[in-house]
Design a protein around this ligand. Sequence first.
Ligand SMILES: NC(=O)c1ccc[n+]([C@@H]2O[C@H](COP(=O)([O-])OP(=O)(O)OC[C@H]3O[C@@H](n4cnc5c(N)ncnc54)[C@H](O)[C@@H]3O)[C@@H](O)[C@H]2O)c1
Length: 268
Amino acid sequence: MTGWLAGKRALIVGAGSGIGRATVDAFLAEGAQVAALDHDSDKCAALRQQLPDTPVIEGDATTRDANDEAVRVAVDVFGGLDTLVNCVGIFDFYRGVQDIPVERIDEAFDEMFRINVLSHIHSVKAAVPALMAEDGASIVLTESTSSFYPGRGGMLYVSSKFAVRGLLTALAHELAPRIRVNGVAPGGTLNTDLRGLDSLDLGTRRLDAAPNRARDLAARTPLGVALSGDDHAWSYVFLASQRSRGITGETIHPDGGFGLGATRPTSA
Ligand SMILES: NC(=O)c1ccc[n+]([C@@H]2O[C@H](COP(=O)([O-])OP(=O)(O)OC[C@H]3O[C@@H](n4cnc5c(N)ncnc54)[C@H](O)[C@@H]3O)[C@@H](O)[C@H]2O)c1
């Protein structure tokens, strides 16, 4: 498949690594122009070096200013904006209500919901005026299996991802008919930099560093696959393209069939 996004002008928020970075490559391969926002200086420098034609904005996506600036740059450079993708996120390493000391709950809640939910709201708020001006505009937000099921994250991660699911549902309803709003809900993913909450002393921990992660991810799903951002990126391409022009308020689940339940036993 080629040219699915020919003529599209996209902003990808959280583009520096993992699923967002893979989505940048897939969008470019399908003919889109792409601007990238990320808060990590090293990742922004790598993007500028690897993709010199891609405008890269360094800033904190939980703030209004960074998102306003990213939209302004994209519109200036491309002459408009059709597509917003947000891949920002942080993890809680399965901490439950019994694991988090009461004196840390407020700070951990604020950090989780600012990064996983408010970043999405601010990017949408900043982009909507530009998207409203274009035919065929689309927003794609990043959910998770944790937007639908417990067990693959802790109390705060699961509740923040359910909130993203609620957010895209509300936005799809509000912004129709001008802007479609959909989500991608990946299962556990290889080759990302997903980190833990600073407020729970998990900021240096990478989910992808877990031993035997590829084997464990594959074992957990009926399809027996361990997927990476490169696999998920095609769901974002489809939802941003005109091929999905009748779809809004929906979610694609690139998760190996996680929602079908436990894998079949290998022997009776
Ligand atoms: N890794 C997984 O197993 C997995 C599974 C399901 C869903 N997800 C979701 O996918 C999304 C992408 O995660 P990933 O696994 O690719 O991790 P990642 O850390 O590689 O990607 C997140 C990107 O967002 C950037 N970022 C984080 N906070 C930011 C902020 N405040 N402002 C600007 N940029 C910021 C990071 O620098 C990084 O480039 C997240 O929403 C995550 O919850 C991940």
